[in-house]
Design a protein around this ligand. Sequence first.
Ligand SMILES: NC(=O)c1ccc[n+]([C@@H]2O[C@H](COP(=O)([O-])OP(=O)(O)OC[C@H]3O[C@@H](n4cnc5c(N)ncnc54)[C@H](OP(=O)(O)O)[C@@H]3O)[C@@H](O)[C@H]2O)c1
Length: 427
Amino acid sequence: MTTLRLGIAGLGTVGAGVVLIVQARGDLLAARCGRRIEIAAVSARSRDRDRGVDLSGYAWEDDPVALAKRGDVDVFVELMGGSDGPAKASVEAALAAGKPVVTANKAMLALHGQALAEAAEAAGVPLRFEAAVAGAIPCVKALAEGMAGNRVTRVMGVMNGTCNYILTRMEAEGLPYDEVFEEARALGYLEADPTLDVGGIDAGHKLALLSAIAFGTRVDFDGVELQGIERVSIDDIRRARDMGYRIKLLGVAEAVGDGVAQSMRPTLVPADSPLGALEGATNMVVIEGDAAGQIVLRGAGAGAGPTASAVMADVMDVARGHALPPFGQPAAGLAAASRAVGGTDHAHYLRLSLRDEPGALARVATVLGEAGISIDRMRQYDHPGADAPVLIVTHPCAADALARALAGLEGTGVVTEAPVALQIQEV
Ligand SMILES: NC(=O)c1ccc[n+]([C@@H]2O[C@H](COP(=O)([O-])OP(=O)(O)OC[C@H]3O[C@@H](n4cnc5c(N)ncnc54)[C@H](OP(=O)(O)O)[C@@H]3O)[C@@H](O)[C@H]2O)c1
């Protein structure tokens, strides 16, 4: 039985998790992929840090690029993170040296996925990234392989556990956003730059990768419409629930005409749908294809074990000699993503704060009507102050009609705060 020797760059949460699986499951891995998997060498910034795993049997490199080029490394495993810098340099070095690469780095792939996929294919080696999207959930494999016979119509995902944690905790405890945000920070759930999480950027990176596989296009992260959860209030959460919905930071990539619409934003989903029932930091990916219909994948989106599990699945595919282009089809054949104009029509939740004066509601209804938007449901809530909170659920309408209506509402003189408008996604 031949041995596959790994060079692991990055020994943090995920890297140490991978080391643990390789050390603990040697026989099982060998039985499943027909080769022994061993670690030849590792790299991180600090050689002295205790990482809770025994690294004494492995060669050490300070420089991940040197690690990628080592003669005794068959597969380069990049687990440092960062879209550029040492992660990109070392992955490029490994591919140039003709070595397969496994990475968990969504930021790097969202920005440089096409160039790296072309480099991998030119070198004739795999570049795998299951762990980059939704942790343990095998959604890259599901899309690229399991759904390969389908025309995919829509991919949706709750793929940032921190945002889902914040939103479900706000709802469960009735706490305001700022308080739960600080709690999440204290628990170490937030990235050093929290806008990567709460601004939807991290989840947007993941959606862009799934979208490329689903629709056979080049990764187009700039084409993802991004809106974070910072403006979601406890009132929105409660009122959405009153109407039978829950609010999730939901990514949606869908085929619209000849283009693809990609968005990552707070969205209302039916409370009794699988997405609506999702709690805490758990992730979910929903894939819809013309032959398969809808499939739903749910699981841990982060953490040492779950992410290392996905890394190992890729390593074992490499060990088996399983060749698959990084985005499911040859990179040269991926079309430039054509951004859909407008997207499909959706119902919307509108929260307005109105001056409590005669005719205020009529003026709102007129502005909506002039934009071609009809009202499905409307509720007015008790209000101690001068302004009246009003909630409107619209019938499905186009995004540009909604934008016209929102601009028009500003000019009515009866709206006292910027309206909150959230899409409702039927799933
Ligand atoms: N954590 C998760 O749950 C999760 C889930 C999915 C995907 N990911 C992705 O997995 C990757 C790793 O995440 P992580 O959470 O494991 O990060 P982490 O805990 O911060 O670990 C990063 C590791 O990279 C090393 N490193 C950073 N810069 C380096 C450099 N210039 N040269 C050599 N080593 C360097 C660090 O060394 P020191 O330890 O010496 O500082 C550390 O060991 C990222 O791309 C992340 O987006 C993580």
